[in-house]
Write a protein that binds this ligand. Structure first.
Ligand code: NAP
Length: 320
């Protein structure tokens, strides 16, 4: 079967399309015939060899995909051959025609969600859900500022927060991204490339500030986020690509907090809750994964360059 493999850590060009043996399912495992693959920024950090988790070489990248169950190993009860699923992690990597998952990494995909959308579910929606509800402890009626609302996690955060009864303010760097955030449920949208855009947040909230800030680029924004928090406000750091200076006084006087999160360390119980909520949202139509660009698997190099460029509008998905 066709797969992308990495033989050495480095730039996007280390992604090579190769022929590899067909996998099979050991006990407790599931082989999924992959129909679409989600490309996440973390795939590029791992490929570069700069991430905390370093797979042994060579490896097939990717933790998100959607497809059809082709084989189940002994003892598997959660899914059966022919089921439509999305995967939340994989034992063998998802940038391939087939992927092997532990039974616990496979979730049913509602019929109304097509495979490309299914590939856009796991990391974006699980991260956004965990950031808003489990780490941010958001409640209906609160004001949520999604600082970076045009990409995978941002769009998911906007839909989740809107459906849960929050007032949602998002940002994007392009008019296409801002239109997307508005269409997907933001009440207001700001341009994070415009001078003074954070002053607009203050006035949109009547001077109160945001209860929760879901931050996609903390190294650029964290210092500016803190003064924007309402009393007992929380910044949840989802994305960060460097260091940042903050003034802790900006949170002291209002009992504010900065909370970090990594989906990769979420406990199993929390993940079960996350995916149950995602399934419900996909089924009832409040969650609608947005695919911005589809590319053939052979163009994984281009996908890895694109996912790190500004101008996000939904997810980048590879088709095997
Ligand atoms: P993505 O689809 O590439 O989207 C990136 C987002 O960041 C876009 O909305 C982009 O907006 C926005 N952005 C760019 N410059 C910004 C700025 N100055 N201020 C605010 N936002 C800005 O990536 P993603 O999948 O949504 O992931 C977002 C970040 O979260 C990445 O750094 C990723 O590594 C991280 N992440 C972390 C976890 C975790 O467990 N902690 C999980 C998933 C993702 P424009 O393109 O419109 O400028």
């Amino acid at each position: 079967m066709k797969a992308i493999r990495v033989h050495e850590f480095g730039g996007p060009d280390v992604l090579k399309l190769e022929e590899v043996p067909h996998p099979s399912a050991s006990p407790g495992q599931v082989v999924v015939g992959v129909k679409a693959i989600g490309v996440n920024p973390v795939d590029t950090y791992i490929r570069a060899g700069t991430y905390a988790f370093k797979p042994s070489l060579p490896y097939i990248p990717g933790m998100d995909a959607a497809g059809v169950v082709e084989e189940v190993g002994q003892g598997v009860t959660r899914v059966k051959e022919g089921d439509r699923v999305y995967v939340a992690g994989s034992l063998t990597g998802t940038y391939a025609a087939k992927t092997v998952c532990a039974e616990t990494q496979v979730y049913r995909l509602p019929a109304k969600i097509h495979f490309a959308q299914g590939a856009a579910v796991n990391v974006p929606y699980a991260t956004a859900y965990r950031a808003i509800f489990q780490i941010g402890e958001a409640r209906a009626g609160e004001i949520v500022f999604v600082h970076g609302a045009s990409g995978g996690v941002g769009v998911a955060a906007v839909q989740l927060a809107r459906a849960a009864g929050m007032m949602v303010i998002g940002t994007a760097g392009t008019s296409k991204g801002r239109e997307l955030a508005l269409r997907e449920g933001a009440h207001h949208v700001l341009d994070h490339t415009a001078a003074g855009y954070l002053e607009q947040l203050r006035s949109l909230t009547g001077g109160r500030g945001a209860d929760i800030i879901i931050e996609m680029l903390a190294n650029v924004n964290l210092g500016k986020d803190l003064p924007l928090l309402a009393a007992r406000g929380r910044v949840v750091v989802v994305g960060n690509r460097g260091t940042v200076e903050i003034n802790a006084r900006d949170i002291m006087g209002k009992d504010g907090s900065i909370r970090g999160m990594s989906l990769l360390v979420a406990p199993a119980d929390d993940l079960a809750g996350i995916h149950a909520a995602i399934y419900a949202g996909l089924e009832n139509g409040t969650l609608r994964p947005v695919v911005g660009q589809e590319m053939p698997l052979a163009e994984a190099v281009r996908a890895h360059k694109a996912v790190m460029e500004p101008g996000a509008h939904g997810k980048i998905v590879l088709l095997p």
